[in-house]
Design a protein around this ligand. Sequence first.
Ligand SMILES: C[S@@+](CC[C@H](N)C(=O)[O-])C[C@H]1O[C@@H](n2cnc3c(N)ncnc32)[C@H](O)[C@@H]1O
Length: 288
Amino acid sequence: MSRRPTDPASRPFHRINVADVELVGVQKTLSPVLKAKALDNRLPDPILGDGYAEQVMRRLDPDYDKGIFGRNQLGLAAAERARAHDEWARGFLRDHRQAVVLHLGCGLDARVFRIDPPETVDWYDLDYSAVIELRQQFLPSREHCTLISSNVTDLTWLERIPRGRPVLLIAEGLVPYLTEMDTKRLLTSIVDAFPTGQIQLDTVSVSAWHFSRWDPLGRRYNAQFHCGFDEPATLANWHPRLKYAGEAPMNDSPVLLAKAPTAIRRIYRLMNLMPGFTQSSRIVRFQF
Ligand SMILES: C[S@@+](CC[C@H](N)C(=O)[O-])C[C@H]1O[C@@H](n2cnc3c(N)ncnc32)[C@H](O)[C@@H]1O
């Protein structure tokens, strides 16, 4: 039996009636990230190189690259963030082939296909039910990959996950939308539930959190940040078994600055000169 997914590119192209699945509030935040990954895939030498993102984005919004800002690559740091998470995840899965992966707030990200873990890994993609419905329409199913429709803060979903195995928790672009208390409860519950594991997530700074109140996109989506951290390494203090295991660069990443189109690279270089910009988003990992 083949485990390879059906490449969406090989399916007959048809437009999905997105109106059938209504995304509300924070669920809509998946689309700018997906668009950044889709546009990245069109670079001659992409950062992430995710063909699924381009296919899914086209079906979600056939005109996504039209208009004055249609092909604007300013969101390219999101592709670099995904690449950094992928690299860490691959490393963990190389050493832990029996792992359970919890991909929380997965949106329409095709990480399981990019990483293509061995059959011994059980992968769980979790998001709100409206988003999971879209995933079912836009992305192929896959053995050993289970979709969970749930609010991540309602921890009853954790009862469905097999225990006693190493766990890899990936929360890309999720934590800022949770409160600090919910994030703490999530992380400490994971550490309590598993013998060993890696937690990788990204956070925004306290000023980026406060500024998000005025962010036009956040206002349009009615999705504001609910927490921010200037020292994300200190999240390790939440549990005695949790250890900070390092950070990956995002806004000043050498890969981003090498591969972004010239105009975008210049803008990132300039913005990185502004106080607070480089550290406004941080990608960090923890182990236990
Ligand atoms: C910025 S998007 C990131 C999506 C995906 N991780 C990516 O990087 O492409 C945030 C995602 O988190 C999901 N999300 C936010 N709060 C959530 C919650 N409390 N429970 C489940 N999912 C949540 C949203 O529905 C959305 O899909």
